[in-house]
Design a binder for this molecule. Structure first.
Ligand SMILES: [Zn+2]
Length: 478
């Protein structure tokens, strides 16, 4: 047996003659290298199938991980989700639980962290564990840019790609040693540029540090450093962009971006109904169509479009005793009854009705009713039946008309999303109310303080993309 030379910690050269080193079983790359992890040192690299190298200097690859992250000016234009550290570690002080009981202690923002972690691994074929660390890839969802013959449901929405941040977390201190970070797309239609970054480029930016669960992590953030696009065809399965760190012959996979399959683009048709009840005519936020199309459901690769923009003028129908009774009584109704009565009247006297009813399985449209009526502090309400099934309709009241989050949040309910903090009805995950930037969160907390993200709550989580994409109101054949 040939002699075995190893490098330990970069400085001590240790010669061993046998099989007495234990090392990780996974072959990282098919270039004759295995990563040996002894748990104490910075790692040992060991060449096989070749003669022992002549050792002159410290050439081992510094250890670090690479994560894809969302730029800070993100406003919902594409789907991007990742496992936030504060969701799984007690890093943020939660004042009250979702029933209002005081906590006042750093608390993980998601109640079942094990299940949440698993969401980011669902659909990952080549799971990685660089340097024995569990790695949870971020997920990106972008529309394919295609000709009609390549794919009829493509879009120019992400024609120029999306620019993402890179976060490089140190395990060893990174030095300017010629290491490169390489990006490799596994699909011909999925493109990333640049294809590599020099480590000198990384360390020319500011080295920062953050505390995660009592542990200090030094890291670099390279803003909008990589561009990713899907062009010329679709992704028939979830795809990945692999990230490698490379120095001489050493090449280790240190990161990954998952890209959501985009071969099925469901359509959501919205019927917008201005319900006129006297007084001032309601005015919905004038760019609401853009919100539907480009800042919300597009994240789940759902093409949401306003199909009908109409009025339901109850004043003109007030000789009808049914409608007249509604107009007289409506201010005394609860928010829920206001919506159910408007639906009932629209089904009887409105124009764009559906056999079986708006909230039935026959309906492959979503009805957005809006009104100048108010209902206390309620901005909007969505139909929910006694079996906990969300309907295909919602109502936006006076104080929600100019609130973009209300218009999308209520529609999210109609696409089967409960609140992120909802505990009833066996939800997929439960977070504390008012601590996330999710559309389906609230902008206030139990205990009364505001959600710090309140002006930019654009997030829809990856597991929410999946719930919405299965909603009964969507159209798949068009
Ligand atoms: Zn809600």
């Amino acid at each position: 047996m040939m002699s075995k030379e190893t490098y330990v910690g970069g400085d001590i050269i240790e010669t061993t003659g046998g099989n007495n080193l234990s090392y990780a079983k996974d072959v990282i790359e098919n270039i004759g290298l295995q990563v040996i992890q002894d748990g104490k040192t910075n790692g040992v690299f060991y060449g096989i199938n070749k003669d022992a190298p002549i050792i002159s200097t410290n050439i081992n690859l510094k250890k670090f991980l690479v994560h894809f992250r969302r730029p800070k000016n993100y406003d919902g234009k594409y789907g991007f989700d990742w496992l936030r550290e504060e969701y799984i570690y007690p890093m943020v002080t939660v004042t009250n639980d979702n029933n209002g009981n005081p906590i006042n202690a750093p608390t993980a923002l998601c109640k079942n962290t094990t299940a949440l972690k698993q969401e980011y691994l669902n659909g990952v074929v080549n799971n990685i564990k660089p340097y024995t660390i569990n790695y949870y890839p971020a997920w990106l969802a972008i529309f394919p840019h295609t000709t009609t013959s390549q794919f009829p449901h493509g879009s120019d929405m992400h024609e120029n790609g999306v620019n993402l941040d890179l976060q490089i977390d140190e395990i060893d201190q990174i030095i300017s040693d010629g290491t490169e970070i390489l990006f490799e797309s596994q699909n011909q239609y999925l493109k990333i540029s640049p294809k590599k970054i020099a480590i000198s480029d990384v360390i020319s930016s500011n080295r920062k540090s953050r505390n995660v669960n009592g542990r200090n992590i030094n890291y670099y953030k390279l803003e909008r450093k990589v561009n990713i696009k899907c062009t010329g065809g679709v992704l028939n399965k979830h795809e990945e962009i692999k990230v490698f760190a490379k120095l001489d012959q050493e090449k280790v996979e240190v990161g990954k971006l998952m890209v959501y399959k985009n071969n099925v683009i469901p359509k959501a048709e919205i019927v917008v109904v201005n319900v006129l009840t006297g007084g001032n005519k309601a005015q919905l936020k004038d760019d609401y169509q853009y919100l539907f199309k480009r800042q919300s459901f597009n994240q789940a690769l759902i093409r949401a479009e306003v199909k009908v923009d109409t009025e339901f003028d109850l004043n003109k129908l007030n000789t009808n005793p049914d409608i007249n009774n509604f107009l007289i009584s409506v201010n005394g109704y609860s928010a829920k009854k206001k919506l159910s009565e408007i639906i009932r009247l629209y089904e009887l006297y409105g124009k764009y009705t559906v056999p079986g009813g708006i909230n039935s399985n026959n309906t492959h449209r979503t009805y957005l009713f809006f009104t100048s009526l108010s209902s206390g502090g309620t901005r909007g309400i969505c139909s929910l039946n006694q079996n906990n099934v969300w309907g295909n309709s919602y109502l936006v009241f006076n104080i929600g008309l100019q609130n973009p989050r209300t218009i999308i949040h209520e529609c999210g309910h109609s696409f089967s999303l409960p609140h992120t903090f909802e505990q009833a009805g066996n939800p997929r995950h439960v977070f504390y109310q008012g601590y996330t930037d999710a559309y389906m969160d609230y902008d206030w907390r139990q205990g009364g303080s505001p959600n710090p993200y309140s002006s930019k709550m654009y997030s829809i989580f990856k597991w929410q993309w999946e719930i919405m994409r299965n909603d009964r109101s969507l159209i798949f054949n068009y």
